[in-house]
Ligand binder design. Structure first.
Ligand SMILES: N[C@@H](CCC(=O)N[C@@H](CS)C(=O)NCC(=O)O)C(=O)O
Length: 213
């Protein structure tokens, strides 16, 4: 099976990078320079008409959406146990669906308030409302992680996905001190070689893009 991940630094394509690495899957990367709007180029739109990362190309066929991609990786490489077993598998899919449908949209207005309101003077208000909603989400995640290392009884794709969400919140310089369990989870994730690898790779790609600008 030939796998290529369309990946952009800082973006949620990090999750698939981590999970493919955790699975020991051989994969190639097609970098996407979102700063230069490469995701809206005709070439890229032919791969994903939504103009977003991630895309996982499986033998050349594009698979989009994080929830589907993480399940595809987990099922293709079962030995990595990237999804928990039994009923917990559905709880894991439920959590990842919540990250996609709720947490992610509460993060994006911090970066792109102009996509939510066309009154520049109101951008701070857009961010404030999104942050309030995000903190309600994080309170739930904080409770789920109480007394636990991972969301389930071992590391899974849910941990990779939540790591990206929480790291994104940290990148917006939000005060996350009310979420010690989430902060400890982020530290545990950063101790994993897969996360160290993607964060080093991310810096390399950012440097390449900066040089090309
Ligand atoms: N629901 C999609 C969301 C994908 C998404 O929003 N990706 C962002 C990066 S985190 C993106 O490509 N943004 C570029 C743009 O909107 O122009 C998924 O989970 O795969």
């Amino acid at each position: 099976m030939d796998l290529t991940l369309c990946y952009a630094p800082m973006a949620c394509s990090l999750v698939a990078y981590v999970n493919l690495t955790e699975a020991g899957a051989p994969f190639k990367v097609r970098t996407v320079n979102t700063g230069a709007k490469e995701q809206k180029s005709a070439d890229y739109l032919a791969v994903n008409p939504k103009g977003k990362v991630p895309v996982l190309l499986v033998d050349g066929y594009p698979l989009t959406e994080n929830v589907a991609i993480q399940q595809f990786i987990a099922r293709s490489f079962p030995a990595a146990k990237l999804l928990p077993a039994g009923f917990d598998e559905f709880k894991a899919i439920s959590l990842m669906s919540w990250f996609t449908s709720t947490i992610h949209p509460h993060l994006t207005p911090n970066a792109r308030p102009e996509n939510y309101c066309d009154i520049p003077e109101a951008y701070d208000g857009v961010k404030r409302v999104a942050q309030k909603l995000l903190f309600e989400d994080l309170k739930i995640a904080e409770e789920l992680l109480q007394g636990r290392e991972w969301f389930f009884d071992h590391f899974t794709a849910v941990d990779s996905y939540f790591f990206w969400c929480f790291r994104r919140a940290a990148q917006f310089k939000l005060d996350l001190s009310a979420f010690p369990n989430c902060l400890a989870h982020m530290d545990r994730m950063r101790a994993r070689p897969s996360v160290q690898k993607v964060e080093a790779y991310e810096k390399e790609v950012q440097a390449q893009f900066a040089k090309a600008a």
